[in-house]
Design a protein around this ligand. Sequence first.
Ligand SMILES: [Zn+2]
Length: 301
Amino acid sequence: MLRIGIDLGGTKIELMALDESGRMLLRRRRATPQGDYQGTVEAVAEMVEAVESEHAQRDSRVGVGIPGAESALDGRIKNANSTCLIGKTLRQDLEDRLQREIRLANDANCFTLSEAIDGAGHGAEVVFGVILGTGVGGGIVVHQRVLTGANRIAGEWGHNPLPRLEEENLMPPQCYCGRYGCIETWLSGPGICADHLRHGGQLLAAEEIAARASAGDPASDATLGRYERRLAKALAQVVNIIDPDVIVLGGGLSNIDRLYRTVPALWAMHVFSDMVHTRLLRNVHGDSSGVRGAAWLWNER
Ligand SMILES: [Zn+2]
């Protein structure tokens, strides 16, 4: 029985197929039909059918990772930044089209599951996965199973307000979700860029700020310092609640090397404990984590 993982992103749809033993058979990708919901459902179904016909298989198990969540109320997609999915009954529509049960999960949950199974969190009981990218997402995996939660938002920490702003008198920025000062507005890629500008810096990409900081530019170094203090505060709250063995970082900002050194040194003062054993680790599977986790959705239960 094949297991097929689909990472349904705003710009591309990626597919990975695993054999019975969990070995990867193939990967492929195509562009996401822009602003076209029906076209997106059809594109996913066609990719699955193509793999099945090449392998003379039917009824493979399909898991789909999406940048959003399924409402526990009516199965409609919410919180998606690919807005053409919002309000759609994606799982039902894929099930109707492919005539089988489909497992659907938030992309941050897929990332965390993939890293918990055979990535940075391998062997850990409780793993908190964080995506620091265009947005900020989170997922919780306990004993290699995704914790979905009563409202299907377990781990959605990016839209909590950042605990205690810095000394400076900053107006919390408004988030796309309508709230002010969400963790995402500070810790996402656009968040760090905006913060650099706010403090008199140039408009630079996050990677450029990190590169300039390591080359000794004081303004970029200060921006990264603020970022680290905020990340430490925000993660300390997670540690106080679920006390994970491992926190794995993903997304573009997870490539900043110094975070793994500086943030654990800073979070200790905010965690309610005499010591912090939680390890902060970089992801192992990089951009593949979403599609791998989607395929692993059928590993559980
Ligand atoms: Zn928000």
